[in-house]
Structures are given as structure tokens and as C-alpha cells.
Design a protein around this ligand. Structure first.
Ligand SMILES: Nc1ncnc2c1ncn2[C@@H]1O[C@H](COP(=O)(O)OP(=O)(O)O)[C@@H](O)[C@H]1O
Ligand SMILES: [Mg+2]
Length: 599
């Protein structure tokens, strides 16, 4: 592995990010760097004057006062600077976070979040905050400020040497700069390799599993805690080793650095010693120049480039993510059309010979799927797990586009419809719907609705036991609470109903009642059908008691529609639907009998 030096030429991007995130703090930060960096030079000059005054028996008050002032300033400026730096770092972090979130949400489809290369970019871009491969930004700021202060201090003291001889700043300062340059690479490593990103992602995942509550149950039940800790430790160790390996390759520059220093330092101090001995310069000057020569070593401070390149990388990767996410030319990205979708569908939604496979997968999930849903009717979709039912509705919501064939709404290709207005028409409860850690009312109406609307939607969904719409639905908040699986499902249903109330005309229900008991389900479903009367409804369900209530039913198998018709038609067909229906009915009756016996 040959570690490349990342992003050194892009440092201006980092400083530009500082400026953009908070101007006043940035000015304060730079001012303090200059002040703090000049103090050591003033100090060595003051000490030189003091030594001169002592040996020349001059009054000591002025040099002592100067030393005192510089000393006090040094004490005061440092902590102040640390504060300003860390504040500024937090501002930059916030800004980068905002930009990442905006960028990740910019594409209209979701394929980018499943694409390996884009996920790698997102993982790398989050590191300014997570600090997996380096300190987080607010800490780096201190190191960078320290580095810049050292650079200014080194430079100022090298300039002081000009008082001794014109060549002295070049010899001494140059030697330290040279070591700085030689050593800067020794602390850097390539954080963007697949290996590093993999280890980083695994480590983050293990960590999230360990600390996020949804995983906590299984981890305890299956006794996975020690395995998880071990995995996390191994992944972190991998990262440390990758870094160490990269750093170890840099021994040669260190040898060179030592040689340059010995030669230049030897020459300077030999010359200084000779002039001191011959009396060409007085003891005060000897003290000043000797201290300044040592102080110029600050120019070699190696941490600056390291921290600066880390921080620059953070900015650069956010910029990269922004660029990728805004490239609508990215393969498989969803692009909005221009036709307004208001009032659609007036006649039908039609899938024509639709083929689809997920990005990066070769096997087709949908393969020549033809299906027509009449506007204002309800269609139930049944099929075994993995048949492609959820995929079908994801295409309808334009989270992905078909790879072949097309979906038409009233004869217009879905791709030609304005995406925003189409999505306002569609309301969906996905199988893996989101449980927002927000108040109940925002779970029901994320974009806002009147309390009456929220209560009504909850009532139709059968969630009348949830009354306080201000309660945050997460135990992690004060007075927050969690719900049962079935209650959550009712809340998600209420969300769809609220959207219908606000103008959605296409309703997608992907296994919306899987966690409700059979009686609850039938009851809720009747009410939902009633409330969405007039809407075009697509329902995916394994419960035939619900499915049979739909106007039309289709059976999807291996990515295509194999049966289509009303319940009665499909029963008469005596195909897959009829077989599955009978099987479930028989099981249900058995279970009922069993229950009756127990009773
Ligand atoms: N985001 C995804 N990336 C890759 N493959 C997926 C993704 N989502 C689903 N699949 C695959 O597509 C197939 C169909 O999935 P899905 O439509 O969810 O089936 P179901 O009929 O059970 O709803 C399955 O084989 C599944 O593994
Ligand atoms: Mg599904």
C-alpha cells in the first residue's frame, strides 16, 4: 500500500469553510493566532534586553515589565484561543452536517443510499464527527490553531535572527522548515481506501448495535454482547493497524530530518559561539539569538499538517458527496418530469411489461409485469415473500424507476409527471414504515394538521387509546413513551389517512395490519376502505380475510402477475389464489376450534 498524501493542496477549502461558517469567530481565531504566535519572539527579545541590562548594570524596570506583560498575555491568550477554536470547530461541524443531510436527501430516488460507492462516500464524510480515523473537528481545531501558532512563532523568531546575520533566518528557519516538510508525510495516511472504509463502517455498525435500543433485546437474549464488543475492538484495531502500517513506511525522511538539523544547528551555534567569544556581540544578544534559534524549531511542528489534512479531508469529502448527489446523471437516478399530477389518476394506473432489478444486483425482481389498476378502485396484491410486491409499490412511488417497460398514469409515463406533485398524490404506509421520535401529532401529520384531523385519523385507524397528541413516541424523551407493534401500525395508518384528507388520491398499504389481531384488522380495514373511498388503493397483505374485500386481486409470482380478478373469479380459477385462500381458511378454522375447546 502506498499512502498518498491526502488533500494537502486543498487546504484553502478548509479555511474557506471556516470563513463561511462564522466570520466573526474566524477573524478572532486568526487574530489570536497572530498574537499568540508573536509573543515568544517578543519574549526572547525582552529576555535579551534584560540580560543586557543586568550585565550593563542598566535599570531593569522596563525589561522586567515587558517580560511580565508578555508572560501574562501568554497565559491569557491560550485558553481563550482554545475556546474560540473549539466553538469555531463546532460551527464548521454543524455546517458540514447540514450540508451532508441536504446532499444525502437531494436525489429524488433512494438508489444512492444503497449504492456501495456512495455509501462509502457518506461513511467517509461523517468521520469529521465520529472521529474513527482522526480526532473530530472541534478537537482538530485546537491542534490546527496550535500548529499555526507554532508556525507564526517559529517564523517570528527566525526573523529575530536577522538581527544577528542576514543568513541566519534562512539557515536555521530553513532547516526547521525542511524537517517540517520531510516529516509532514510521516503522520499522514490514506483514509479513503476500501479497507479503511470497510473497517470504519463495521466498527460504526457494531457500535450502533451496542447502543441503539432496538437491537438491545436480541443482543441480550442471544448473548451477543461479548461477541459484539470483540467485533468492535477488532474493527478498531484493524483501523489502528492500517494507520500504523502507513506511518511506518516513513522512517527514511526522519533520518534525513535529523541530519539537516545537526548540520544547520552546528553551523549557527558555532558561528554564534565564535562571535560571543570574540566579544562582537554582547551577552544580551547571545541570549536573544540562542533562544530565537531554538524557538524557530516551532516551524517544524508536525501536527499541523496532520490535523489540517484531516480537517481538509472532512470538507473535501462533504464537497464530494454534494457533487455526487447533485449529479442527476448518476445511473439510476430518478428525475422529475414536467406534467402536473393533480387529479391523477382519472382513469387508470398501468404497469406495462415492467422489469426491475435493484442497483448492483443482476437478478431481476420484476420481469415483464403487466397490471392495470382502475382509478378509484382497490387492488390487493398477494404473493410469497420476495415475490416483488413491495418493489412494485416502491416503483409506483418513484423511489426507483423501472429498468425496462413503463408505468403509465392515465396514459402518461410516470417519469413525465412532476415528481413533487405526484408524490403529493400518493400516500403510503411501507412495510418498514418509520417510527418518528416525534410527538404523536407529528407522527400522524408530519407536515402539520389540525388537532381534529389528527384525532379523526387516529380514530379511523382504531388508535383511540392514544389521546395525548403531544406525547413524544420514544422513551428517550421526557414524558415520552413507546408503543406496541400494533399501536405503531395504527399510527402509521393514521398518517396515510391524514394525507388522504389533505389531497392524496392514491393509497398504498404494504402489509399495514400485519401486527394487528384478526378481529382488529378486519374492523380497521373496513373503516380505512370507507375513509379512502374514491381513492385508488393498492393493498399488500397476507390476510385473505382482508384481501377479499378489495375490488380486484392480483397474485405476483417471480416478478410478474400470474392471476388477476375479483375474489370470486380467482376462487373459480382454482389456481394459486384459491389454494392459498383455502389453506388459510382451514388454518383459521382449526385455530378457532382449538380456541373454542380451550374456552
Ligand atoms: N433494497 C434492495 N436491494 C436489493 N435487493 C432488494 C432490495 N429490496 C428488496 N430486494 C430483493 O428483491 C426481492 C423482492 O423484494 P420485495 O419486493 O420486498 O418482496 P415482497 O414481495 O416480499 O414484498 C427480494 O428477493 C429481495 O431480497
Ligand atoms: Mg414486502
Amino acid at each position: 500500500m502506498c499512502p498518498r498524501v491526502p488533500s494537502l493542496d486543498k487546504k484553502p477549502l478548509f479555511f474557506a469553510a471556516l470563513w463561511r461558517s462564522h466570520r466573526r469567530l474566524t477573524v478572532a481565531w486568526w487574530t489570536l493566532i497572530l498574537v499568540q504566535g508573536s509573543l515568544p519572539a517578543v519574549f526572547v527579545v525582552a529576555v535579551g534586553i534584560l540580560v543586557g541590562a543586568v550585565t550593563g548594570e542598566d535599570p531593569l524596570r522596563t525589561p522586567l515589565l515587558l517580560i511580565g506583560v508578555v508572560f501574562v498575555l501568554m497565559q491569557v491568550v491560550t485558553p481563550l484561543h482554545t475556546q474560540v477554536g473549539s466553538l469555531l470547530g463546532e460551527h464548521v461541524s454543524d455546517r458540514l452536517h447540514d450540508r451532508l443531510l441536504v446532499a444525502a436527501n437531494a436525489p429524488d430516488g433512494v438508489a444512492h443510499l444503497e449504492d456501495r460507492a456512495h455509501m462509502d462516500e457518506l461513511t467517509a464524510a461523517r468521520d469529521f464527527d465520529l472521529g474513527m480515523t482522526g480526532p473530530p473537528l472541534h478537537l482538530s481545531m485546537g491542534i490546527i490553531a496550535g500548529g499555526l501558532v507554532e508556525a507564526v512563532a517559529g517564523l517570528a523568531q527566525a526573523i529575530v535572527l536577522a538581527g544577528y546575520a542576514w543568513w541566519a533566518p534562512f539557515l536555521v528557519g530553513g532547516a526547521w522548515l525542511c524537517t517540517h516538510w520531510l516529516l509532514r508525510e510521516s503522520s499522514q495516511w490514506d483514509r479513503d481506501t476500501g479497507e479503511v472504509l470497510d473497517a470504519q463502517r463495521r466498527a460504526e455498525y457494531s457500535y450502533r448495535l451496542a447502543v441503539d435500543s432496538p437491537a438491545a433485546k436480541e443482543i441480550r437474549l442471544f448473548g451477543l454482547a461479548s461477541l459484539l464488543t470483540q467485533r468492535f475492538a477488532t474493527d478498531r484495531r484493524d483501523l489502528v493497524e492500517l494507520r500504523w502500517h502507513a506511518t511506518r513506511l516513513r522512517r527514511k525522511p526522519m533520518r534525513w530530518a535529523v541530519m539537516v538539523l545537526v548540520v544547520s544547528g552546528g553551523l549557527f551555534f558555532w558561528s554564534l559561539g565564535r562571535d560571543a567569544a570574540s566579544g562582537t556581540i554582547d551577552p544580551g544578544q547571545v541570549s536573544t539569538f540562542a533562544y530565537a534559534a531554538v524557538g524557530a524549531s516551532a516551524l517544524a511542528f508536525g501536527g499541523l499538517n496532520w490535523a489540517l489534512s484531516l480537517a481538509t479531508d472532512a470538507v473535501v469529502s462533504v464537497l464530494r458527496v454534494e457533487r455526487t448527489m447533485s449529479t442527476t446523471a448518476t445511473a439510476r437516478s430518478v428525475v422529475s418530469g414536467r406534467e402536473p399530477a393533480e387529479g391523477t389518476p382519472a382513469s387508470e394506473i398501468r404497469f406495462r411489461d415492467v422489469g426491475f432489478s435493484y442497483p448492483g444486483m443482476s437478478t431481476p425482481v420484476l420481469d415483464g409485469l403487466d397490471l392495470t389498476v382502475a382509478a378509484g378502485s382497490s387492488l390487493a396484491v398477494v404473493g410469497v415473500n420476495g415475490a416483488g410486491k413491495s418493489t412494485l409499490v416502491k416503483l409506483l412511488c418513484r423511489l426507483y424507476d423501472p429498468v425496462s417497460g413503463k408505468i403509465e398514469v392515465d396514459g402518461t409515463d410516470l417519469k413525465d409527471l412532476d415528481l413533487e406533485s405526484w408524490r403529493r398524490r400518493v400516500s403510503a404506509i411501507f412495510q418498514d414504515f418509520i417510527r418518528y421520535e416525534l410527538p404523536l401529532k407529528d407522527n400522524v401529520a408530519p407536515l402539520g394538521a389540525s388537532p381534529e384531523e389528527v384525532h379523526e385519523a387516529l380514530a379511523i385507524a382504531g388508535a383511540t387509546d392514544l389521546r395525548d397528541v403531544e406525547t413524544v413516541l420514544s422513551p428517550g424523551y421526557s414524558k415520552g413513551t413507546d408503543l406496541s407493534g400494533g399501536q405503531w401500525q395504527r399510527v402509521a395508518l393514521a398518517r396515510v389517512l391524514c394525507a388522504v384528507n389533505q389531497g392524496a388520491g392514491v393509497v398504498v398499504l404494504d402489509e399495514p395490519t400485519a401486527q394487528l389481531d384478526v378481529r382488529g384488522e378486519a374492523e380497521v380495514f373496513d373503516r380505512v376502505l370507507e375513509a379512502t373511498r374514491g381513492c385508488t388503493t393498492i393493498l399488500i397483505s397476507h390476510r385473505f380475510s382482508t384481501v377479499r374485500r378489495a375490488d380486484r386481486i392480483c397474485v405476483v409470482d417471480e416478478g410478474r402477475v400470474v392471476e388477476f380478478g375479483s375474489h370470486d373469479e380467482l376462487m373459480a380459477l382454482k389456481g394459486t389464489y384459491a389454494r392459498l385462500f383455502r389453506l388459510q381458511a382451514a388454518r383459521f378454522n382449526e385455530a378457532q376450534d382449538g380456541a373454542d375447546h380451550v374456552e
